[in-house]
Write a new protein. Structure first.
Length: 157
């Protein structure tokens, strides 16, 4: 698995220019494993959601976040909505590019957008909405301090 920025880095979750964040994609590569395919040899539809999560986690890490540290501080980003539109099948051993970006931070939730490519061919696209809750399940406002800790950086896992 490899990861790269497609465009310039997002200035955390609150860019000065909103249009810049809307055009900034994080990209990672993943190879379809045999155990991820169905009886027809296609990538099973449920695994796209795993790829979305992998890309979302790596995007957070690339911005200085660390899910483990966030959870140790008692905060959790929970999926409240996820959607995928399938266009073309992926197959065993295909190398895919999974792209994601934050399209909205509305205080208590983060919205991501995803695109899965094989070369230049779009195979699937999707969206997710995550909410932040504490250990008791109470919704929390998403701030840089909450996500990245006091120093503003969660470090790498």
């Amino acid at each position: 698995m490899s990861a790269k920025r497609v465009l310039s880095p997002v200035n955390r979750l609150q860019p000065e220019d909103e249009s810049e964040a809307m055009s900034d994609w994080f990209e990672m590569q993943v190879r379809v494993r045999y155990c991820e395919t169905d009886a027809m040899g296609f990538l099973h539809h449920a695994n796209y959601f795993n790829y979305f999560e992998m890309a979302r986690t790596e995007l957070f890490r690339s911005l200085g976040g660390n899910y483990r540290a966030l959870e140790e501080r008692g905060y959790f980003l929970v999926v409240v909505k996820v959607e995928c539109r399938y266009r073309r099948p992926a197959r065993y051993d295909d190398v895919l590019s999974v792209r994601t970006r934050v399209v909205r931070n509305s205080g208590a939730k983060l919205e991501h957008e995803y695109a899965v490519y094989r070369g230049t061919e779009l195979l699937a696209s999707g969206t997710s909405t995550l909410a932040c809750v504490d250990r008791a399940g109470n919704v929390q406002r998403i701030t840089e301090e909450l996500l990245y800790g006091r120093e503003g950086s969660g470090g790498n896992r």
